[in-house]
Ligand binder design. Structure first.
Ligand SMILES: [Zn+2]
Length: 389
C-alpha cells in the first residue's frame, strides 16, 4: 500500500479512495480539468474552487515555452504563481511533443523539437523534462515517455515501449537526486487554507511532502506488450501508474478494451491514471472499470465551441431553436450558469461572439463533469456496481 493513496471502498472493479498530496487530499475517482498554461481557459481560480475542482492539470511543454520554468520557479512554483492552493498534476511534455509531428526528432537521448510559437529549437530528455516538472512544482508529475503512434507494427510498438521503459528509469534516477529542489521547499513558511474532509483546516506544507512521480504504461494496441509494459514499469517502483498512448486515432471500442486489459495488470493498491479521456459516458465507464484519475480537454474545448453537456445529452447552443428558449441550459444542473441564465441568453452571447459565452459555457461543462464524478464516488460509497447514469 502506497502511503499517498488509500482505498476506502470498492464496488465491483470501481474504487473510491484518497490520493494524499502536499496540497491536499483528493477524493477519487477524480476528474482533472485541464489548465494548459496555468489557467483553465475562461475560469478564474475561485470559481474552480467553488465548482469543487480538487486537482487541475498543467502542460509542461506549454509552460516551458511560456512563461518558462525559471519564471515559475522564481514565483514560488505553479501553485503560488497562479494562486491555486489545491493540487496540480503536470504531464511530462512527451505527448505534447508527440503531437508536433513534423517538428520533432526522437533519439535515445530524448526529443528535439521546434516550438509551435516561433519555430525555435528545443530538446526534452527524461532528465530535463523531470527537472522542468520539479521546477514547476506540481504535486503529481509524470515520467517522460514516447507516445506510440497509431497504427504501428509490432516491432515499432515494442521498440517504442522499450524506449519509454529506459526513459522511465532515467526519470526516476533524476527525480531521486533532485526532488528536494521543488520550489515549495525554498519557502520559509507555506501556509494555506485547504478543505480536508469537508472542513477548512489550517494545513502546513513541510519538507516531508514530496512530489509523486508516476510511470506511464505504453504498448500500443497489443495486449502482450501492454502487459509487459505494465509489469516492467511496476518494477521501476513508482507511487502510481498511468495508461498512456490511447485516444491517438484508434476506434473507441479498442480504447476501452485496452484500458480494461491494462488495468488488470496494474497494482490494485496504487492510483491508476487514464490520460486524455473522455466523454461524460466514458469517464463514468472508466471509473467503473477501476480508473482513479482522468483528465480531458473535452469539456473546456467543447464549451468554447458552444457544445454543452447536459443530463439530457449534448446541446449545440448556437442553434436558432434556442433563440427564444427561456429554460435553463440543464434543469437538473445546480451550477451558477443554470441557476441564473436562459438558453436564449447563452445562445445570444455565443452568436454575438461575447467573451462571456466562453466563460459561462466552460463553467457549466466543468460543473457537469465534476458533478458526474461526484455522483460516481457516491454510488461507489453505497456499494453500487452499476452507476445509474
Ligand atoms: Zn449548469
Amino acid at each position: 500500500m502506497s502511503p499517498s493513496f488509500q482505498i476506502e471502498r470498492a464496488s465491483g472493479k470501481a474504487r473510491a479512495g484518497r490520493l494524499i498530496t502536499p496540497h491536499g487530499e483528493i477524493e477519487t475517482p477524480v476528474f482533472m480539468p485541464v489548465g494548459t498554461l496555468g489557467s483553465v481557459k475562461g475560469v478564474p481560480q475561485d470559481t474552480l474552487e467553488e465548482l469543487g475542482a480538487q486537482i487541475i492539470l498543467g502542460n509542461t511543454y506549454h509552460l516551458y515555452l511560456r512563461p518558462g520554468v525559471d519564471t515559475v520557479r522564481r514565483m514560488g512554483g505553479l501553485h503560488r504563481f497562479m494562486s491555486w492552493p489545491r493540487a496540480i498534476l503536470t504531464d511530462s511534455g512527451g505527448f505534447q511533443v508527440f503531437s508536433l509531428n513534423e517538428l520533432r526528432k526522437v533519439t535515445e537521448d530524448g526529443v528535439a523539437f521546434r516550438s509551435h510559437l516561433d519555430g525555435s529549437s528545443h530538446f526534452f530528455s527524461p532528465e530535463n523534462a523531470t527537472e522542468a516538472q520539479i521546477g514547476l512544482g506540481a504535486d503529481t508529475i509524470m515520467a517522460f515517455d514516447e507516445c506510440t503512434e497509431y497504427p504501428a507494427d509490432r516491432d515499432r510498438v515494442r521498440a517504442s515501449m522499450e524506449l519509454t521503459l529506459r526513459w522511465a528509469e532515467r526519470c526516476r534516477k533524476y527525480f531521486g537526486e533532485h526532488k528536494h529542489e521543488v520550489p515549495w521547499n525554498q519557502l520559509p513558511v507555506a501556509r494555506t487554507q485547504l478543505p480536508v474532509h469537508g472542513n477548512t483546516t489550517d494545513w502546513q506544507l513541510t519538507t516531508e511532502n514530496r512530489q509523486l512521480l508516476f510511470g506511464i504504461v505504453q504498448g500500443g494496441m497489443d495486449r502482450a506488450l501492454r502487459k509487459e509494459s505494465a509489469e516492467r514499469t511496476i518494477e521501476i517502483d513508482l507511487p502510481g501508474y498511468a495508461i498512456g498512448g490511447l485516444s491517438v486515432g484508434e476506434p473507441r471500442a479498442l480504447t476501452r478494451e485496452i484500458v480494461e486489459f491494462t488495468l488488470e495488470h496494474l497494482p490494485a493498491d496504487q492510483p491508476r491514471y487514464l490520460m486524455g479521456v473522455g466523454t461524460p459516458e466514458e469517464i463514468v465507464e472508466y471509473a467503473s472499470l477501476g480508473v482513479d484519475m482522468m483528465d480531458c480537454v473535452l469539456p473546456t474545448r467543447a464549451a468554447r465551441h458552444g457544445l454543452l453537456f447536459t443530463s439530457e445529452g449534448k446541446i449545440s447552443i448556437k442553434q436558432a431553436r434556442y433563440a427564444q428558449d427561456q429554460n435553463p441550459l440543464d434543469a437538473n444542473c445546480g451550477c451558477r450558469v443554470c441557476q441564473r441564465y436562459s438558453r436564449a441568453y447563452l445562445r445570444h452571447l455565443y452568436a454575438s461572439n461575447e467573451v462571456l459565452a466562453q466563460v459561462l459555457n466552460t463553467i457549466h461543462n466543468l460543473s457537469f463533469y465534476l458533478d458526474t464524478m461526484r455522483r460516481v464516488r457516491h454510488s461507489i460509497s453505497l456499494g453500487e456496481v452499476r452507476f445509474p447514469f
